[in-house]
Design a binder for this molecule. Sequence first.
Ligand code: S3P
Length: 434
Amino acid sequence: MMPVMTMVLHPARGPLVGRPALPGDKSVSHRALLLGALATAPWSLRGLSPARDVASTAEALNRLGATVRVAGEIVRVQGPATGWRDGQTLDCGNSGSTARMLLGFLAGTGVSARLEGDSSLSRRPMARVLEPLAAWGLEIAEGKGHLPLLVCSRPRPATCTVELPVASAQVKTALALAVLHAGGRLDLREPHASRDHTERLLEALGAPLERTSGGFTLGGPWRPPGHTIDIPGDPSAAAFWGVAAALVPGSRLVLGPISLNPGRTGWIRVLRRMGCPVNIGASRGHDPVGSVTVDAPASLQAVTVEGEDLIQALDEIPVLAVAMARATGTSFIRGARELRVKESDRLQAIATMLASFGIDTTMSADDLAIHGRGPGEGFRIGNAPVASHGDHRIAMAAGIASLVATGPVALADPEVAGVSDPRFWETRRAIMAS
Ligand code: S3P
């Protein structure tokens, strides 16, 4: 077994100021690659995310016979000239988006493929996407509900109404790709409004998509035309620096331009409710993009996050939990069952990570109460390295908590941050030096 590397993280010595470097948005990057590979003419992608998750999608498409090629600042994507390649093994790495969206994409290809992932991804549920995809002819030849899976596509147009029990933008996107590729009609509804990058992109491209109350309808087969897309900064990556600014007295960080998709701005609402000044600059575009400035508040107030707010701040909960640990009073994260099936059992991993910074939490069912320490003394640290739980967002949240620790903190497996932001630690050093 490889030794687990640790990194020593020093607390901030003064206010954080400047404009942290941000990766391109991971969600838009996956969608741009997949829709580009389905298009009738090449796509040019500017600002593609350097995340390992996105590389997993690009590599899978190359294996299936598409061409994803870097040309300077631009990534060019083109579908195969003569049909999809059969019998490929597609390594989805740590990426739930790659696995779920690819399953939808595969439904229209008419080939079989084996999907694999790392140990974390192999524990994550796939039935939520496999079950509805059966209508479009995606059959499971080997495996059950989890990776590894051998799937075989016999595309058939289907007319289906799908009511998602849990809001999920990955599942929405997988089903949209299936109907675009295999044909038929999809009438989809979800209980809360999750991020709608796919819907907005398809509307802008002229796809036969119509919004309904709580969802959309989409017809197929339909292939996008050639397109050039500017991918904005990743708001989920930005949220780490937003919380950093909220924690370190006197800080001001300018984030962006980032995606301001309404399904992604939950973290901004939560920080504001905690009493943190967050200013959103002018936004532009059909899928809105703009810059956000976060100033350190005098103090942070406890907050409750649940329902639609939780869906719209899902990936940011680990770092928001760090802000809650610094707040006055007890904060609550409620009904967070989905967090238990992310890259780790994130609800448990958050509690364990906060405990290593001396913060008390109480867990009951899918709720977590965080007993805030208040703005006074820094987070107390123990002797053992803080665990990353193989989860990029837990590692990075610990990296933000360590900015206000009483001394240097050792973090295990910092390299896992590369799943979404390969430059995270470099950026942390840069904003501390500015
Ligand atoms: C994503 C959707 C969310 C999110 C994930 C990215 C997407 O997952 O947590 O990081 O790009 O569609 P769910 O669809 O499982 O909620």
